[in-house]
Design a protein around this ligand. Structure first.
Ligand code: CA2
Length: 166
């Protein structure tokens, strides 16, 4: 099982500015915690941050065929981006929206999410823990809803022996 984790604009500043809002952990520390939980849960994670809306759209599109689900903090694009909403809706992979802060306790413009409606759920207000809760919830959802397929071989198959001539 593979999960794409996306961080939106300005989250690369985490830990360096506004710790009262977003905590004092750096993005690298948050990513390390996500990777540790993923290892514990036995899932692969692919983590990216971008300040560019189009790049986030492309990452979401590329998830089709390479990931089973998405954990996304769209940051400010949560409140503005029809493009991200359309991309999430188009790939139709289970996605969980996460926020470090409780957007409902903040300015009015943060209380509308354009992306939440195409996600299976939203977690916010728990700092970096929101990502971990979101990842747990997504993995539980995928395990509940993904039919068991044939077990995938972990080791490459031995090469086929050449057929003997008759
Ligand atoms: O609470 C969240 O996770 C947000 O998605 C963070 C966004 C904000 O626009 C959303 O309304 C809620 C802002 C991300 C900016 O991150 C910074 C981190 C450190 C310093 C400055 C900005």
């Amino acid at each position: 099982m593979r999960v794409l984790v996306l961080h939106g604009p300005n989250l690369n500043l985490l830990g360096r500015r506004e710790p009262h809002l977003y905590g004092s952990d750096s993005l690298a520390t948050v990513d390390a915690r996500i990777r540790a939980l993923a290892a514990e849960l036995g899932v692969d994670v692919d983590i990216h941050q971008s300040n560019l809306e189009g790049e986030l759209v492309t990452r979401i599109q590329q998830a089709l065929g390479s990931a089973d689900g998405i954990v996304i903090n769209p940051a400010a694009y949560t409140h503005t981006s029809i493009a991200l909403r359309d991309a999430l809706g188009a790939v139709a992979l289970p996605a969980v929206e996460v926020h470090l802060s409780n957007v409902h306790a903040r300015e009015e413009f943060r209380q509308r999410s354009l992306t939440a409606g195409v996600c299976i759920g939203v977690v916010g207000g728990f700092g970096a823990e929101s990502y971990l809760l979101g990842l747990r919830a997504l993995v539980a959802h995928l395990r509940r809803t993904t039919p068991p397929g044939p077990a995938k071989a972990r080791t490459p198959r031995a090469p086929r022996r050449a057929r003997r001539p008759h």
